[in-house]
Design a binder for this molecule. Sequence first.
Ligand code: SF4
Length: 1479
Amino acid sequence: MDSVDLVDLDFFGAIVEGGAGVVRGRRASVCEGVGVDWRMGGLVAYLASDVLVISLPPFPAVSPFPDSLSASRHRPTVLPVPHGGDPGSTLLRNRAGSVLSCLALADSQLVTRLVPHITELSSLPLVLHLAVRDDLSDVLILRPSIPFVLHSSTAQQAHDNALLASRLARTEKKAVLHIFHVGESTDSVQEVEEGKVQPFLLQEVPRSPPRSLINGHPNGVNGHGLNGANGHSDDVLESSDSITNELYKAYEAATWSTVALTRRPVRPIAPHSSSATSPHTILLTFGRPPAFSDPLEGVSVLAVSLFSPLPPAKILRAIPPSATRVIVLEQVQKWPVKFTPFFLEVASAVQSADAETKPTVHPSVLGLPDTIKSVDVLKLVQQASSGVSPLHLGSFEDDSQTPALPEVPHVPKHEQSYTKILARLFDGRLEIENSPFLVAAQGSAATTPEFALGRVRGELEERAALVRAVQALLDHGDVTAELHALLTRWLLARDDPVKSRALGAEIVPALEDANVEDPAVARILMLRHHLPARSRWIIGSDAWAYDLGASGLHHAIASGLDVNVLVVDSTPYSARARADPARRKQDVGLYAMNHGDVYVASVAVYSSYAQVLQALVEADRFKGPSVVLAYLPYAREDAPALEVLKETKMAVDAGYWPLYRWDPSKEGEEVFKLDSDAVKNDLQAFLDRQNHISQLVRSRPELASELVGSLGESVKEARRRKAQKAYEDLLGSIDAPPLLVLYASDGGKAEKVAKRLAGRGKARGLSVDVKTMDSVTLEDLAKEEGVVAFVTSVAGQGEFPQNGRTFAKAVHAAATRAEKPLRGLKFSVFGMGDSHYWPRPEDAHYYNKAGKDLDARLEQLGAERVVQLGLGDDQDADGPETGYKVWEPLLWKALGVDAVEVSEAEPEPITNEHIKVASNYLRGTIAEGLEDNTTGALSPADTQLTKFHGIYQQDDRDIRDERQAQGVEPAYQFMIRVRMPGGVCRPDQWLRMDQIADEHGNGTFKITTRQTFQFHGVIKRHLKPAIQDINRSLLDTLAACGDVNRNVLCSAIPSLSKLHAEIYEFAKGVSEHLLPRTTAYHEIWLDKKLVAGDSLKDVEPLYGEFYLPRKFKVAVAVPPTNDVDIFANDVGFIAIVEKGHLVGFNVTAGGGMGVTHGNKKTYPRTADVLGFCTVEQGKAVAEKIMLVQRDNGNRADRKNARLKYTIDRMGLETFKSEVEKLLGWKLEPARPYSFDRNIDDFGWATGEDGKHHFTMFIENGRIQDEPGRDFKTGLREIAKIHKGTFRLTANQHVVISDIPSSELAKIKELLAQYKMDNLSQTGLRLSSSACVAFPTCGLAMAESERYLPVLIDKVEKICEENGLRNDSIVMRMTGCPNGCARPYLAEIAFVGKAPGTYLMLLGGGYYGQRLNKIYRESVTEPEILAILKPMIKHYALERLEGERFGDFVIRAGYIAPTTSGKEWYDRMGGEGEHREVSA
Ligand code: SF4
């Protein structure tokens, strides 16, 4: 065998020209014992790629290819890049291949070169085979940006993983990073035959793992991990991150192909040393595992070969239940931040484990594995058990090889994170211009930015002088051709950090030896230290931000010099408000961006390490000033790293510290790159500002359109008009008396009153401004010279509405301190409330409490009341208007404008009717709003319109206060509801829903009371992809909400297969028939443009452009089951079955649930039976009822607009005759029917066609994984194999339906495995139902879905004590009176009024035939339990045979029966001795 002692560019050139192995005068060959792994990577890279980029160090040099390649017929294009060059650019220039590969040594130079391109590279079919020398610190920098990262610690593994990586890159069209170790290795390697590589890459994806893989437990180590699952290849991943799951599935499929080729197992985590059977300690190794051979008692070493994606479930499965300790060994000797790359991932996986006792997790750094002996491992285990930290295993490379940091007297511990990164990135060329190290020689001024700037200027001038000297020597110096060429090359490459240094190192001896008599030579030698290009940095703290001018930062920014400024901000997020009470800290980033030609980045090392690197590299490259704002929050120098991590996360998540990069040099590219999700308001404002938009338009037109064009022409026009109007107002009101109207409003009522007041003030010639209370401070208010009118409603138990709370707190605090900051302020308050909301005498003080408190406290603060407090009461004849009409004239009088005649009519308030008609058939400006990335919300009008598209805008109410305190907008998110008539879906559709919840929502989804899926937590930019995914599954969301016909319900009836098929078809038919015809849905969400452009106009033949006055609901029921609560719907069809055949329906009309607390014009209503129609006539009947409602419904008052009110207003007979008039025929008399339940029939049933159905219980319809109840996973697993359908029930449960007998055993097995077959719940729980309410529903006043299970825990104990464990009692709860869970038909119901407080209702009919009635107007949990305990006992003792609870409470005299909706309020509050005292 020939040997080669040098591999140089000639070698690669030879490959390019002549094919593998043909080297000019030499042959590439195998050099025994050195760098075998190189060749394993090289062999596969060569055989698998179309383009192969190679960048290897010159010493020690071996061929990366084995001899055998000379016979290969596959000839990739091999492109050599010198070591230290930029292989990333070469790869991007040659990206056309189906597989690209790069073979290189991963040192800091290479990684620095790759970082700027890594985002682009990651989406190419590329394998980066990067070699390491027992330290992964450099290469792991790339990990966060690359989808797949594999690690090989042996030669054979390098060979196999190289194949696997190539296959992955080819099939997934994504980048794969393959890390392997170079060094001495004598392992024998079984190589793949050359001819098999290309077919392997091209073969189809196998559907299942090869047998060897199944037997080999590829995913687990011993098959039984911490979560107790087995280790088969089709294990559930259980990662909440669906991207990780998808990537892992792709990896798994590629392993199957690889194993089929190599017949060797490929395992993401595999045992390394001989492992104890029940180890107490696991060494989880990320790097080359220790080489000791003796088995260690109780210690197992596991080697991880899949670094990304690494689902937590895989980690857990690898850890046996016996383990009490996991030591995460990471081979990262130079990692600059405290948390190493994998420790947190392992720790959080272990935290999420479903085990009772969890092992402790310890971080540890792994040194050189070859030196490690078993005794070292034992010592490590001992240290871990005695709490020693930090832990190390093995020896480490000579520290002298690590770039030395400039020695500084004192740099705070945490801040060294950044200086270390700088030192590593700019190894050998870093100049910290104000290093404290200079203090000794230059005095204390050396650390100031002015001093540093002076140094930079001097250095740059010297370098310019060097350039001039080189040019002079080239122009007229007497130098040899070689020296001339050398100097020319330096001149051309003088800004290239690698080349300039290498060439400089050649120039100096060449000049010294040249013996040339030229002054330029002496000058060059004198300035030799400037031959390498330097990276110049000034490092400062956020103290500079308090006075930008004086701090010298301004000079650095304005200098135009090529200098980089790193500003480290250490103010912890949680202490930001205290940090600068007196002085205002300025935003250095915005200040710098305003200068235009400055590179600006905002980074946080504890949030995104990769982004820090990108920013520092870009700043270094930028020819001009760069400012990098680096976040490193710590209160004390000894603050633990975990605290820094937490503070960073909060700041970045809240948008307080956005991560971004602004690179004005990127002409024609993306100038501004936001690297985190949230931005703070002033940055948004900056991006919005016109002068910068014009910069953006110049540099990247499409970005500008994202920022401004997205606001929509109408919005821009509105802004222009507003600006014009503001100007005119200013001119017109210079002499007018000022009125400031401040309001606090949750539901919009007080806001409307305030704005109307402002409009009327303007009409009287006043200079008026209107704002929320929270938008002013007491200091602002103290400066007000006119009158301030406050308008507030009241929330919960007397609290202020959300947008007045901060102000109210400030007022309260000042009053408590007995201060008088508002002396001289003139004010008046108008409060709005409901005197009956809290009916008990002891609660009476809650009435209008916010307004009353404010009025009293303003006076305490020294303000002067100009008009007495006005109070508006919902209970007055005209509602709050009654009180308002008295208060307003007094205010005009106080302002002296009561005599002003107002001739102009007041503008009509904008209602939903205006929004609908102006929307151009439901378009509005939704499309523009979706593009507007400056807010997470849509415009208020669009939020009304999106309901018609099945979308509700909401915000996370759990964090509303916190976000407001942070000064950021609410955490806007959207609920999406699917239209799925009859609640039937296929398994593939279920799987898609499951995936959408993970990818776009909050990871769970809800089965609703309208038999459909609902996703929560979808943020704006995910809306469109989510809707598109739903449509891809052949479902849609059109008309799932809004003033149209909603999802049509039909009974689930598992046992009657034929009948179900018929009524399901009928329900679908009605749904399709009543669907809006607008094309807006397809245009906005599915990007389907109108073929004929604007010339084609939408028509809505059924709805017209106003659509319906309110929502409209249709249901189909099959007696005796009333599982759809037919009487709660606007239209109902009760199936009439005669002799086993569906002959038609009894038609019902006028059911509805929604109510407004305290508004007796609103009430729930059960539907009336109108008559009978045939199946064929059904659609027309539904349509005509809807049309009568369309034309007669109350469009002036949405609270009175449902069909139930229309029928009561028109009279049932008149209504019916209107319907029959439109039909042109009369309904037949209703036929007999009878219902006996409205709950689901849980458990197994077999249909007439022999197929099986299982109705499972899902508490309140929430599909999620909970400890011990992995229902989401379980249902997903069933959907994977199920061949029938799923039926959702209107009680929020699910029927796994149409199971063929052949599949029964498998389904039963999965049901048992995931405990989904458990129906041992009490009768009460099985009959319960709750709406969503907090945290997502914007209307919720109290908890519902999260609280009802807790309440049932307590009530079911009472039932059990009384022997009623299995008795069904229908109990329902909603968070507000809108009644989504149909509470008014329950035997016991709770309707939220305020947090923890509910309306309690009793006496509903067991099968949904009778409304219940208010029993108590406000109860809390202790009161509920105190009421129910004797009542349930009474029921248990005295009920009649078969008597239902709802009937009993009426017979026993607790509550009167409700005979019709209009009488719902009559006799509320209980009967006789049970009557509420205050009612
Ligand atoms: S009943 Fe009220 S709180 Fe519950 S989901 Fe419906 S609107 Fe929201």
